[in-house]
Every structure is written in structure tokens, then in C-alpha cells.
Design a protein around this ligand. Structure first.
Ligand code: NAP
Length: 242
């Protein structure tokens, strides 16, 4: 049977591209979304027109109960989980002194606790099967920190620490755990940047362009197929952070 993959935050941006390409490659895709129902329906329709199907499931991954729902849905459909891609995430630009307790909790719950919940729920099945691949979407800001993005940077650094620790714990169960740490990728997450901002950022990037969702998706495909990489933070950033 084809490999079963769950992708969180698959309605838009990087997650959408991953879901689309893996479905086209023949994986059984469970695409999670939270608010963007129209977008996920459009993705399903686009794939259906090519004779390909995906399963879509609503769930707020910052909530333990919703992550259980996503895992149970997947097991009821396919009876196993081979790959988990913890991609869902939010971003906020705010001076440190202006970050409220609510801002902090919302960020940590959505970006970091979600990875704890989803991974803990999914890895029970992976441990039983002695097989699994977990890919966490981190960020360069988890590696080097970003001004006015302290809570975002902390959430991503937490993901990277979880990746390394879990790789050690789950390696003997034949489960690989890695992070991808993108630089700047052209998605809705950066829609507030104007052309001047983008020009300035581009000037700092040795490969002289903003990243595309395909740049990240290719790394995901490689990490799924590879057999000997675990506990790594792979940064795809055009040379912005070296
Ligand atoms: P995006 O275009 O803003 O899409 C975010 C996705 O996450 C959407 O599908 C959204 O679903 C989902 N999501 C948000 N909160 C959720 C929740 N509570 N439960 C379930 N799904 C939720 O963002 P993106 O650029 O593709 O980013 C994807 C990942 O890459 C994020 O983790 C981000 O931090 C990371 N990243 C992005 C960049 C970049 O420059 N774009 C750089 C570094 C790292 P709904 O719309 O359905 O709510």
C-alpha cells in the first residue's frame, strides 16, 4: 500500500504545495486545515480533476483534542501513519515589550505545542510499526533569532530542540525526525512586506531571490525518501543565513 502522510496547514502556502506534490506522486495524503475551507476544497478539486484524491480534515492543531481527531481520522481511513509533516504555523511582528501574554500563548500553542501534540499522537502508531518519518517546519529565526519576532523565534528554536531530542529517542524505533528551516518563502505569511522590503531582503540573499514553495517541497520529498538522516535542521535560505 502507498505511504500515508499527514500534512498540517495544507490549505495554503508551503503545506499546500507539499500536499499537492505528494498526492501527485501517489502518496495517501491527509491534508489538515483550520480556517481556509475554500482553499482546501479548491486543492481537492484541482487534484480530483487529475484523477487524484486526498482526504481533508479540519482541526486546530494548537488544541490537543483536535490533533487526536486528525490522527484518529487518518487511522480510520488508512490504518497507519508513515509520515507526519508538522507545517502549520503563524507569524507576528511585534516589539518584545508589546508582546502580550495572549500573543505569547497563541504563538507557542500554534507553532510549538501543536508539534508536541501531533507528534505524540502520531508516533504511538509509528513506534508500533517500527517505521516513521517526521518533518517539522522550523525557520532560520529559530537558528539565529529575529528582532521583533522573539516569540516566533522561540517557537521555532523549540521545534529544533524537539527535533534533535526526539531523533535520539525514536531512532531505535526506526523513526527519523528532522526540521526544515526556510529563509523567506513567497507565501501569504509575507504578504505585509512591500516591494521595497522585499528588494532589501533580496539584496541580503546571495542567491538573489526570494524562495519559492517548490524549494521547500523538494527538500520534503528528499527527506521522506532518505534513510540515514535524522536529528538535522536543514536550512533552505538561498545563503541568507550561513
Ligand atoms: P501561510 O501561507 O500563512 O499558511 C499557513 C498554514 O498554516 C495555513 O494552511 C493555515 O491554515 C495553517 N494554520 C495556521 N494555524 C493553524 C492551526 N491552529 N491549525 C491548523 N492549521 C493552521 O504560511 P507558510 O508560509 O506556508 O508557512 C508554513 C510553515 O513554514 C509555517 O510553520 C511557517 O512558520 C514556516 N516558515 C515560513 C516561511 C515563509 O517565509 N513563508 C519562512 C520560514 C518558516 P488555515 O488557513 O486553514 O487556518
Amino acid at each position: 500500500m502507498s505511504k500515508v502522510v499527514i500534512i498540517t496547514g495544507a490549505s495554503r502556502g508551503i503545506g499546500r504545495e507539499i500536499a499537492k506534490k505528494l498526492a501527485i506522486k501517489g502518496y495517501k495524503v491527509v491534508a489538515n486545515y483550520n480556517k481556509s475551507e475554500n482553499e482546501i476544497n479548491n486543492l481537492k478539486k484541482e487534484l480530483n480533476e487529475q484523477g487524484i484524491d486526498i482526504e481533508c480534515i479540519q482541526g486546530d492543531v494548537s488544541k490537543r483534542e483536535d490533533t487526536k481527531k486528525i490522527i484518529n481520522f487518518t487511522l480510520s481511513k488508512f490504518n497507519k501513519i508513515d509520515i507526519l509533516i508538522n507545517n502549520a504555523g503563524i507569524y507576528q511582528f511585534k516589539e518584545f515589550t508589546q508582546i502580550s501574554d495572549n500573543d505569547w500563548d497563541y504563538m507557542i500553542n500554534t507553532n510549538l505545542n501543536s508539534v508536541f501534540y501531533m507528534t505524540q499522537e502520531a508516533c504511538k502508531d509509528m513506534i508500533k510499526n517500527k517505521n516513521g518519518c517526521i518533518i517539522n517546519m522550523s525557520s532560520i529565526w529559530g537558528l539565529v533569532g529575529s528582532s521583533c519576532e522573539v516569540h516566533y523565534s522561540v517557537s521555532k528554536a523549540g521545534i529544533d530542540a524537539m527535533t534533535k531530542a526526539l531523533a535520539k529517542e525514536l531512532g531505535p524505533s526506526n523513526i527519523r525526525v528532522n526540521s526544515i528551516a526556510p529563509g523567506i518563502i513567497d507565501t501569504d505569511m509575507n504578504k505585509e512586506l512591500n516591494s521595497e522590503d522585499l528588494k532589501n531582503i533580496k539584496e541580503e540573499i546571495p542567491l538573489d531571490r526570494i524562495g519559492k514553495v517548490e524549494d521547500i517541497e523538494k527538500c520534503v520529498e528528499w527527506l521522506i525518501e532518505d534513510k540515514y538522516t535524522t536529528g538535522q535542521i536543514i536550512s533552505i535560505n538561498g545563503g541568507w543565513v550561513i
